[in-house]
Design a protein around this ligand. Structure first.
Ligand code: COA
Length: 545
C-alpha cells in the first residue's frame, strides 16, 4: 500500500469517528430535539459565528474508547464572533440530556485552559442535565473548577457570556450565575438550584418550573437574565451583539515597523494595530496535498521534515525572501531548526529528522529555544522521534545532561508553543519536543502518529528480559510459552494505546487533524495567541553544561 493510500484509509477512519461525535445522541434523540423546535449545538454555533469564518473545533474525539458517546456531550472550539476570536462551549442535549460525564468535564477544563492562556472571551451555549448522576463521584469535586474558571476569566478581563437554551439546574445554574452576561430563551431556559420536586421535598413549597427558574422570571424578577430572547435565533443574535460591544483589542504589540501600506489599510479599518502579521503572504511553495505521500506507513523509515515544512509555511514573496531559513543546518542533523512564517506570522520550527535525538540535537534545540525567546517568536514543534539515544557511548557523552538541557529550555520558555505529532513521539523525546505535559498552547496529532513510553515491541521485550532475569535469580525455569503470550498481549495493547484516537479520547491532544489542514489550523492558533501579550524569557533553570 502506498503512503498516500494508507493515510487516506486512516483519514476515512477519522471521518467515521468524527461522524459519531456529530451524530450526538443518535437519530431518535436528535429528532426529538428538533421536534421541540430546538437547534443542535453545532447548528447553534454556526449561527453564532461570523458567516463563512472557520471554527476550530477542539477535542472532538473526547471520550473515545470509553462507555460515553464520542465527543463527550459537549462541543468546544474557537470561533470568530463579530471579528473576535472566542472560546465557545456548547452542551449537546441530544446526548443524555446534555449531562456532563467525566470526559465532558475534562474537555471543558481544557477549553477554559486554552481561553485562559490565550486570553479569549468565552461564550457558553447552555442546555444540560447537570452532572451525569451515575458518575457523579468522578465529577462533583473536580467539577467545581468549572465555575471557578468562569469568574477567574472575568477577573482577567476575558469576558464570559452564557446563553441558556434549556435546562441549567443545580450546579449548572452557576454557569449563568457566574457569567458576565446572561441571555435566556423565553419559555425554554430553566435555571434553578432545585426543581419543583426537590423544593417540595426540602420545604414543602408547591411551585412550577416557570416561577422557579423561567426566562421571564429571571429577566423581570430575579435579574439573573440580562436579556430575554424571543427564540434561539434571537438569543444567538443577542450573543453576537454582546461580543460586538466588548471593545476587544488584541494584546500583542507589533513586532515590526509599519509599512505605508499597513497605515493606509489601517485607516480603512482593514488591519488592526495589534497584529504582528504581514498583511500579504504567499501560499506554500510546495502543495500541501503532497503531505499525504510523505509519511511512511512504517514509522521506522525516516522522512525529511523539510518536505513537511515546505508544505506548511508561507512561500517566497516580496515580504518573505526565503520560505525557511534553516539554523545550524550542519550540526545535529537529526533535528531541523529554523525560521519561517505561517499566514504572515513568524515562527521558529523544531522538527525531528532521523528519529533519534543525540546530544548535539539536544544542545542545538536548547540554543534555538533561547534564540526564539530572545526575539519573542512562537515555536512550532513537529514530532517524529523515538527519543534520546541510549548506549554506553552516549551515556558517557552526557546524553542525560543534554536531554535535560533541552527539557529545561522547553519547560521555561515563555513564548507560545504549538506542537504537531506527525509520526513517532516516544519516551523523553515526547517531553523534549513539547508533549502534552509541557503545556504547548495547542497540540494536534496526525492520523499517522504514535505515542508511548517506548515502542510496543521494545516495551514487551524489556518486560520479557526483566521477567527472565527475575526467574533466573530465583533459580526457576523460565516459562517460554507464557513469555511469548505475554509479549504478544503487551505488544498489542501498547500498540492500541499509542494510537491517535485513543490518545485523543484521553484528551492528550486537542484533536486529530488531516495533515492537509495543518497550515490552516496553525494559522488560526498563531492568530489566537495574539489575544494575550507574551514575551520570551531570559530565565531558564540551571543548565547542566
Ligand atoms: N445524568 C445521567 N443521565 C441523565 C441525566 C443526568 N443528569 N439527565 C438526563 N439523563 C438521561 C436520561 O436518563 C435519559 O436517558 P435514556 O434516554 O437512556 O432513558 C436521557 O438522558 C434523556 O433524558 P430525558 O429526560 O428523556 O431528556 P429531556 O430532554 O426530556 O430532559 C433534562 C432533559 C435534563 C431536563 C432531564 O433529563 C432532567 O431533568 N435530568 C436531571 C437533571 C438534574 O437534576 N441533574 C442533576 C444536576 S446536578
Amino acid at each position: 500500500m502506498s503512503n498516500r493510500e494508507a493515510m487516506l484509509e486512516k483519514l476515512a477512519d477519522l471521518d467515521a469517528e468524527h461522524a459519531k461525535a456529530v451524530a450526538g445522541g443518535g437519530e431518535k434523540y436528535v429528532e426529538r430535539h428538533h421536534a421541540r423546535g430546538k437547534l443542535l449545538p453545532r447548528e447553534r454555533i454556526e449561527l453564532l459565528v461570523d458567516e463563512g469564518s472557520a471554527f476550530l473545533e477542539l477535542s472532538p474525539l473526547a471520550g473515545w474508547g470509553s462507555d460515553f458517546t464520542v465527543g463527550a456531550s459537549v462541543v468546544t472550539g474557537i470561533g470568530v464572533i463579530e471579528g473576535v476570536e472566542c472560546m465557545i462551549t456548547a452542551n449537546d442535549p441530544s446526548v443524555k440530556g446534555g449531562a456532563s460525564n467525566p470526559w465532558t468535564v475534562k474537555k471543558i477544563f481544557r477549553a477554559s485552559q486554552i481561553a485562559e492562556e490565550n486570553g479569549l472571551p468565552t461564550v457558553a451555549l447552555v442546555e444540560s442535565g447537570g452532572a451525569d448522576l451515575p458518575t457523579q463521584k468522578e465529577i462533583f469535586i473536580p467539577g467545581g473548577k468549572l465555575f471557578r474558571d468562569i469568574t477567574r476569566s472575568s477577573a482577567a478581563k476575558q469576558p464570559t457570556v452564557a446563553i441558556v437554551f434549556g435546562n441549567s439546574t443545580a450546579g449548572g445554574a452557576y454557569v449563568p450565575g457566574m457569567s458576565d452576561y446572561t441571555v435566556m430563551v423565553k419559555e425554554q431556559a430553566k435555571v434553578f438550584l432545585g426543581g419543583p420536586p426537590l423544593v417540595k421535598m426540602a420545604t414543602g413549597e408547591e411551585s412550577d418550573d416557570e416561577s422557579l427558574g423561567g426566562a421571564e422570571m429571571h429577566a423581570r424578577v430575579s435579574g439573573l437574565a440580562d436579556y430575554l430572547a424571543e427564540d434561539e435565533h434571537d438569543a444567538l443574535r443577542i450573543g453576537r451583539r454582546i461580543v460586538a460591544r466588548l471593545n476587544w483589542r488584541k494584546a500583542t504589540p507589533s513586532r515590526r515597523s509599519l509599512t505605508p501600506q499597513d497605515v493606509n489599510q489601517r485607516r480603512l479599518g482593514e488591519v488592526t494595530a495589534s497584529t504582528n502579521a504581514d498583511s500579504a503572504y504567499a501560499e506554500p511553495d510546495a502543495d500541501p496535498e503532497g503531505l499525504l505521500d510523505l509519511i511512511p506507513t512504517d514509522l521506522k523509515e525516516p522522512f525529511d521534515p523539510r518536505e513537511v515544512i515546505a508544505r506548511l509555511v508561507d512561500g517566497v514573496s516580496p515580504t518573505n525572501g526565503v520560505a525557511f531559513d534553516e539554523f545550524k543546518p550542519l550540526y545535529g542533523p537529526s533535528l531541523v531548526t529554523g525560521w519561517a512564517k505561517i499566514h504572515g506570522r513568524q515562527v521558529g520550527i523544531l522538527a525531528n529528522a532521523q528519529g533519534v535525538l543525540f546530544s548535539e540535537e539536544a544542545q542545538k534545540a536548547t540554543q534555538f529555544i533561547q534564540l526564539a525567546n530572545q526575539v519573542d517568536v512562537p515555536l512550532l514543534f513537529l514530532h517524529n522521534t523515538t527519543g534520546y539515544m541510549v548506549g554506553k557511548e552516549y551515556e558517557q557523552g552526557g546524553i542525560i545532561k543534554h536531554g535535560a538541557m533541552m527539557i529545561n529550555a522547553v519547560s521555561n520558555s515563555t513564548v507560545p508553543h504549538l506542537s504537531v505529532i506527525m509520526g513517532a513521539s516516544y519516551g523523553a523525546g515526547n517531553y523534549g519536543m513539547n508533549g502534552r505535559a509541557y503545556d504547548p498552547r495547542f497540540l494536534f496529532t496526525w492520523p499517522s502518529a504514535k505515542s508511548a513510553v517506548m515502542g510496543p515491541a521494545q516495551l514487551a521485550g524489556v518486560l520479557s528480559i526483566v521477567a527472565r532475569a527475575a526467574a533466573e535469580a530465583k533459580g526457576k525455569e523460565y516459562d517460554e510459552a507464557g513469555d511469548a503470550a505475554m509479549r504478544e498481549f503487551i505488544e498489542a495493547s501498547v500498540e492500541e494505546q499509542s494510537l491517535p484516537f485513543f490518545l485523543s479520547g484521553m484528551l492528550y491532544d486537542d484533536g486529530v487533524i488531516d495533515p492537509r489542514d495543518t497550515r490552516t489550523v496553525l494559522g488560526i492558533c498563531l492568530s489566537v495567541i495574539e489575544n494575550k501579550a507574551y514575551s520570551g524569557t531570559d530565565r531558564f533553570g540551571v543548565f547542566r553544561m
